[in-house]
Design a protein around this ligand. Sequence first.
Ligand SMILES: Nc1nnc(-c2c[nH]c3ncc(-c4c[nH]c5ccccc45)cc23)o1
Length: 333
Amino acid sequence: QQKAFGVDGVSGVRYGTVADLLSFVNLLSNMQTAALQDVPEEMGVLLNKKDMAVKKGRYRINMDVLLFPWKLTYKNYGCGLVPKGSFGKVHLAQDTSTRKRMACKLISMENFKAAEVEFQARFHHENIAQLYGALFWDQSIHLFMEAGEGGSVLEKLDSCGPMREFEIIWVAKQVLRGLEYLHSNKVIHHDIKPSNIVLMSDKAVLVDFGLAVQMTEDLYIPRDLRGTEMHMSPELVLCRGHNTKTDIYSLGTTIIHMQTGSPPWVRRYPRTAYPSYLYIIHKQAPPLEDIPEDCSLAIRSFLERALERNPTLRSSASELLKHEAINPPREDQ
Ligand SMILES: Nc1nnc(-c2c[nH]c3ncc(-c4c[nH]c5ccccc45)cc23)o1
C-alpha cells in the first residue's frame, strides 16, 4: 500500500492547495476499501500552514494533534461531549506545537462523500466553518475545521432553554449572511437546524455540508429526501423539485425552535403519536401557530416571510437581511 500511495504521490501528510485537497479526497473516495487496510501512516493534505505543524511528512493523531471530547462551560457532560454530525463524530482537536484548537470530524469510509469536503474547501465565508485539512488514518477520514467552542445552538437550547429575542436575532443574522453567500453560489445546505449552527465568541457559523448540493439548473430535482423532517419545507417534502429557498424555510423553523425550545409541530402533534411529520408538513399550512404569543410583531412578520408556503413568494436571504426584525432600531437612538 505504501508503494501504491507513494506512486500516486499521496503518501504522508503535506501542505497543499484546495485543488490538492480535492484530488486527495477524490482519490480516497475512489479507492477500494481493501487498499486502505493497515495503511502504515497518516495521509492527507492540510491547507492551514499557520496553525497545523507537519513534521517530516507526519501529522500523527494523538501525537502531533490531540483529540478530546468537548468540555462545555455551561453544561457538565461528565465525560465530555462528542456530538454527532450527519455522518460523523466531532471532537475538539489541539495541535501540540501551535496549541491551535480546532474541530475534528471523524467520518467512516462508508459514510464519506467527497462532496462534503468540496463545499467547505471551495466556499469561504466568515459564517461557514472553515476547512483546515483532511487526513486519512485508522480507517477514518479526519476533517479539521474551525471550532465553534460555544457549542451548537441545540446544546445551548437543551442547557439554557428558549433563547431571548436579541440572541435569536444575532444568530439569525449570521445564518442569513452565510446563506446569502451559499445561495449566491447556487448551493443548498439542506440541513439548516439548531445542531448545525455553532457558536463562537464573536459569530455563529454553519456546519455539516454532508447534504449540500450545488444547483446546475434553477430547480434541484432530488433523488432522495435530504434534511431533518421537522425543518423540511413543503416543496422539499413534495419531491417535485426545489431550490435554495428551502433553506430559508428551515431557518424559519429553526427560529421557532430557538423561541420555544422545541421544533415546530411536536407540541401540537406529539412524536409518540406521529412517527413521521412529512404528511403534516405537506397538508398543513406553515406552522405559524407554533410562534409563541410573546413574539414581537417584527419577528412574527419575519417568520411569515420565511415560512411562506410558496417558495417563489418566500423571501430570499438578501431580502430578509434587510428586514426590520434583523435591523432593530437601537433603543438609544
Ligand atoms: N456536524 C458537523 N460538521 N462539522 C462540524 C463542526 C465544525 N466545527 C465545529 N465546531 C463545533 C461543533 C460542535 C457541535 N456541537 C458541539 C458541542 C460542544 C462543542 C462543540 C460542538 C461542531 C463543529 O459539525
